[in-house]
Design a protein around this ligand. Structure first.
Ligand code: NAI
Ligand code: MG
Length: 359
């Protein structure tokens, strides 16, 4: 029996409400499918911790996390802590510190999920965005000169390394291959870039894309400029299978992708270290939602879907698929409990119970 040590960082606000539901559904899946056992450890690293210790995580937090097989994360964000501090000391610290270089966000429209596009049916939209997660435009390189004077200057640099660019593109091609083999994808890949305007980093990205695609003649690949990709994601999302992009472009593209397949209530995200040299982190896309926190009405679908991605990455694909089917079943059943954001009157806990029951 495989045993997985799971670090659970629920964080702030509704993270504390949705993550327990994901754990509940994980337990149900472990019981139903067998073959593995989860050992969760709750890590109270959030804004309360910051208030006591002046930081979001212990100094050796990243080191402590290395002892786990995976991290289930909720959200951070609280008015007591500046936003760039809470995110930098948790999410960004994990992404870089644990070399979680591939950010994966599926864009699949499930039956019952709200879609803001007209005439799009479940089954039509099914793609995955692969976003470079450790460098690019979010590399923390730059500085200020003459701060707080009239001639203030700010410089922010984007960093594209051969290692970082090659591995993310190759990951995308491998994923396209895997999806094709599973019958889930069409064997297509789009590299999203902007080499016409960013003549150094993006020209380099595109050149590496041209090189790597040679290794995958079985995958139909092309590139789109980021602006055109955004337009097509709204106009014809059914034309996408796998999209690969740099950090900033991927950030924007994945929010758009999430919005067309149901929005914050349901969107999950995985921060993978595909080399498995350090634990990967799985999180709902939503933040701490202070406007509804404490009311027990947050939608747990996103956290449950993130937990399903975690089981899949841990090699428990049967159990992962069981969890996804349970979410689909609750989502598409008009009589099943839903939280207010999905038009229902149910509490977070009731939805979690129902998903766990249907696993
Ligand atoms: P948010 O995602 O927390 O909320 C945006 C809107 O969507 C709110 O009206 C909220 O009530 C609703 N919403 C979000 N998740 C929901 C769910 N599961 N069920 C029902 N409704 C849901 O984003 P916002 O308001 O921009 O940020 C709030 C705080 O969260 C900020 O401090 C921000 O920095 C932080 N944040 C953290 C993230 C993370 O930890 N990954 C990501 C985004 C924001
Ligand atoms: Mg974002």
């Amino acid at each position: 029996m495989a045993t997985f040590k799971l670090a659970v960082m629920a964080g702030d606000g509704i993270g504390k409400e949705t993550v327990p539901e994901a754990l509940k559904v994980l337990e149900a899946a472990a019981k139903k499918y067998g073959g593995f056992e989860l050992r969760p450890t709750e890590l109270p690293w959030n804004s309360d911790y910051y208030e006591k210790h002046g930081r979001m995580m212990p100094e050796d937090g990243i080191q402590q996390l290395r002892a786990f097989d995976a991290i289930l994360f909720g959200a951070v964000g609280d008015k007591r802590v500046p936003e760039h501090v809470s995110v930098a000391q948790t999410i960004l610290a994990m992404r870089r510190g644990l070399d979680q270089w591939a950010n994966i966000r599926p864009g699949r429209l499930m039956p019952g999920a709200p879609c803001p596009l007209k005439d799009k049916e479940p089954g039509q939209i099914d793609f995955v965005v692969v976003r470079e997660n450790t460098e690019g435009e979010y590399a923390d390189v730059g500085g200020n000169l003459f701060a707080n004077t009239p001639h203030e200057v700010a410089v922010q640099s984007a960093v594209f390394t051969r290692r970082g660019t090659e591995r993310i593109l190759r990951y995308g091609f491998e994923l396209a291959r895997k999806r094709k083999a599973q019958g889930a994808g069409k064997g297509q890949l789009v590299s999203v870039s902007k080499q016409n305007a960013q003549r150094h980093g993006q020209v380099f990205w595109h050149r590496v894309f041209e090189e790597v695609r040679e290794e995958y003649p079985d995958i139909e690949s092309r590139f789109l400029y980021i602006d055109a990709a955004c337009m097509d994601m709204v106009r014809k999302p059914e034309t996408f299978d796998v999209l690969v992009s740099s950090n900033l472009f991927g950030d924007i593209l994945t929010d758009l992708a999430g919005a067309i397949v149901g929005g914050l209530g349901i969107a999950p995200s995985a921060n993978l270290n595909p080399d498995k040299a350090a634990p990967s982190m799985f999180e709902p896309v939503h933040g701490s939602a202070p406007d509804i926190a404490g009311k027990g009405i947050a939608n747990p679908f996103g956290s449950v879907m993130a937990a399903a991605m975690m089981l899949d990455f841990l090699g428990q694909d049967q159990a992962a698929q069981g969890m996804v089917r349970a979410v689909e079943s609750v989502l598409s059943d008009a009589k099943a409990p839903k939280t207010p954001d999905f038009g229902g009157k149910a509490k977070t806990r009731e939805v979690g119970d129902e998903i766990a029951r249907r696993v």
